[in-house]
Design a protein around this ligand. Structure first.
Ligand code: FNR
Length: 363
């Protein structure tokens, strides 16, 4: 437990101070079709959207980051306040540490204190779910009075982390058991390596209600763990991290693969501004998540975080106006052009059909 909690501070420090983003999420290969005659008033663009039977004021999802050490309470407090203020959904970081040590609970429950009406998503790892069963998930949800739980999948991080769990067997079965037992929605989420269409089908069959693709091209856990290994003076582990910096399914590719399998999708992984959110929506995402871009402002002050979110909303609003989309619903029907490596990847057999179908259906 001690190790779990001190690791939380390492992660915040490394993610906010070091260069830990790698690769390309694919958004630079996506272009939204411009509307020269937008039937919209830019000052009255409606950012509200529906997700899991809830109306939210914004499609921006504040992605799971932290909690689990007293030093993280203030960051979660600011993130919670921002979620309440902007009507955004918010995920907390892995609650494992607080499930093991009850004195750490407040670093998570502070989010509900600050965000009494927000849609809050609890978080535990698939491996912890497998090892401790649905009771842990129920406790994680009640700890923060969550509206849903995300079960995070992070095999890459477990493989690279010196203290990682190398046995991933039985996780899908554990997710299936959870879904059949609980009444709150279960979301499956990756953490930066993306979800393939095959994995998505398995997850829907297991009963999950949404998938957060957590694609490649933003925060890289291979990189974060590589930096930690370097600081610990372990060059072999460091090289392992370096070698796997390029592993994963880029966010745009993962989004298109998961989209075709049905069910609500949150696009996360390397979204860096409101334009990326607009692109993700146009490609069919229901919500768009960001972690890293919100971390430094959340570590700084409420004002810094508020102005970051306002900036993101402004960019999204401009992109929607120029797409002729007055609502998020409209934005999800806007046509896109896809070029470069992303186009090559989505035109692999099986993907091509989907791409063709979607663009035809929108004309
Ligand atoms: C994360 N992420 C994460 N995810 C999760 O399910 N549980 C967790 O505890 C954490 N912890 C965490 C800490 C920090 C500091 C960061 C930056 C991220 C992953 C996060 O929710 C998201 O899936 C990825 O970071 C990809 O999004 P970005 O960072 O590229 O916008």
């Amino acid at each position: 437990p001690e190790q779990t909690t001190s690791r939380k501070l390492d992660h915040l420090r490394i993610c906010s101070e070091k260069e830990i983003e790698t690769g390309c999420s694919g958004f630079s290969d996506v272009r939204i079709v411009h509307s020269a005659l937008p039937e919209a008033d830019m000052d009255h663009i409606d950012l509200s959207c529906r997700f899991l039977n809830t109306t939210l004021s914004s499609p921006l999802f504040i992605a799971a980051m932290t909690g689990g050490h007293p030093g993280t309470t203030e960051v979660n407090r600011r993130l919670g306040r921002a979620a309440e203020r902007f009507g955004c959904a918010i995920g907390v970081g892995s609650q494992r540490a607080a499930l093991e040590r009850s004195d750490l609970r407040h670093s998570f429950s502070v989010v509900r204190e600050e965000a009494p009406t927000a849609f809050i998503v609890a978080n535990i790892g698939a491996i912890q779910l497998r090892d401790h069963g649905p009771a842990w998930a129920e406790e994680a949800v009640s700890m923060i009075e969550a509206d849903a739980i995300a079960i995070h999948l992070n095999p890459l991080q477990e493989a690279i982390q010196p203290e990682g769990d190398h046995d991933a067997t039985g996780c899908l079965k554990a997710i299936e058991e959870l879904c059949s037992r609980v009444s709150f929605p279960v979301i499956a989420k990756e953490t930066g390596s993306g979800i393939s269409r095959e994995t998505a089908r398995n997850l829907w069959n297991a009963g999950v209600q949404a998938i957060d693709i957590g694609g490649y091209g933003g925060t890289s856990w291979a990189r974060v763990e590589g930096v930690r290994a370097d600081e610990a003076g372990d060059p072999v582990q460091r090289r392992l991290g370096d070698d796997f910096q390029s592993w994963g399914i880029p966010t745009v590719v993962s989004l298109m693969e998961v989209r075709e399998t049905g069910g609500p999708v949150i696009a996360t992984g390397g979204l860096r501004n409101g334009l990326d959110i607009a692109k993700a929506l146009a490609l069919g995402a229901d919500m768009a998540g960001m972690a890293l871009p919100l971390l430094a402002p959340a570590m700084e002050s409420d004002a810094a975080l508020n102005s970051k979110i306002e900036e993101i909303h402004r960019e999204l609003t401009v992109a929607m106006f120029l797409s002729g989309a007055a609502t998020i619903r409209d934005m999800r029907r806007v046509r896109t052009y896809i070029t470069g490596d992303t186009r090559d990847m989505i035109q692999e057999p099986g993907c091509e059909k989907h791409y063709g179908d979607r663009s035809n259906s929108r004309r």
